[in-house]
Design a protein around this ligand. Structure first.
Ligand code: IPE
Ligand code: IPE
Ligand code: MG
Length: 253
């Protein structure tokens, strides 16, 4: 029995969010330039996307570039944008073949025009697909997303489309970039950093967090399976007591 067979398909998270961290350190440890680590990171992206589709995860959000990452040295930012364009160009047909639907969250307009064009084409091509939803967080800032939501709500109230009394946790969600997706149940961060780095702050309110010391280019299918198995051993209580949860959950045999 392989590791994959130990996953309980009835207890799969619908949505897994990942902070792909450690490309730079992975490269430095090998005496290479940071950009080499980003290239190797793409190999992990491909494997994790394929594995997620195979396992049956419905939504996979990958933090590929934060709004704060614009503050890195220009050569690294340029290399990352070029890598993004080339990767999308190379991988889109494969994504389409595998029934993957691509979406983007973040400040799309701040990306170089060539990136916007490639991404738009890839999103159009895969829009009809019904398998894995692959969501790339690009130029993404969760605080900005929340502030944007507040502004959109204010505009709707001014336009008379929304009453202030109708603003609540559920209606608020509709104004986030992620309105079409359920909240992640599992958030994975690689590379031994124990922080959220402005990622999905609203959406991760009750997510299970999983941290591994592995750098992203070393994170492969079996590591994803380890994270899923670890997730499946947790008791998600949502404020209730363990006894309440046990009583209502049929035990798996
Ligand atoms: C993650 O790896 C990739 C991006 C942020 C684009 P890093 O580039 O942050 O690698 P470290 O954390 O410096 O090792
Ligand atoms: C977070 O990684 C963003 C991405 C993985 C794209 P960073 O490496 O930029 O995070 P911090 O700034 O060290 O927290
Ligand atoms: Mg980092």
């Amino acid at each position: 029995m392989g590791l994959l067979d130990s996953i309980d398909l009835n207890k799969l998270p619908k949505h897994v969010a990942i902070i792909m961290d450690g490309n730079g350190r992975w490269a430095k440890e090998r005496g290479e330039d940071r950009v080499y680590g980003h290239h190797e990171g793409v190999v992990s992206v491909r494997e994790i996307v394929n594995a997620s589709a195979e396992i049956g995860i419905k939504y996979l959000t990958l933090y590929a570039f934060s709004a704060e990452n614009w503050n890195r040295p220009k050569e690294e930012v340029d290399a990352l944008m070029e890598l993004l364009v080339n990767t999308i160009r190379k991988e889109t047909d494969e994504l389409d073949k595998n029934n993957v639907r691509l979406s983007i969250i973040g400040d799309f307009a701040s990306l170089p025009l060539i990136c916007q064009k490639e991404l738009n084409e890839a999103m159009d091509l895969t829009a009809k697909n019904t398998g894995l939803n692959l969501i790339l967080a690009l130029s993404y800032s969760s605080r900005r997303e929340i502030a944007d939501a507040a502004r959109k709500i204010a505009l709707d109230v001014v336009a008379g489309k929304l009453q202030p009394g109708d603003i609540n946790e559920n209606s608020f969600k509709n104004y986030l970039y992620t309105s079409a997706f359920p909240d992640p149940e599992l958030m994975i961060r690689t590379s031994g950093e124990y922080r959220i780095s402005n990622y999905l702050l609203y959406q991760l309110a009750y997510a299970e967090l999983y941290f591994t010391n592995k750098h992203w280019p070393d994170f492969r299918k079996n590591d994803l399976i380890d994270a899923l198995l670890n997730y499946q051993q947790r008791e998600r209580r949502f404020g209730k007591t363990s006894e309440q949860i046990q009583k209502n959950t049929p035990q798996h045999v």
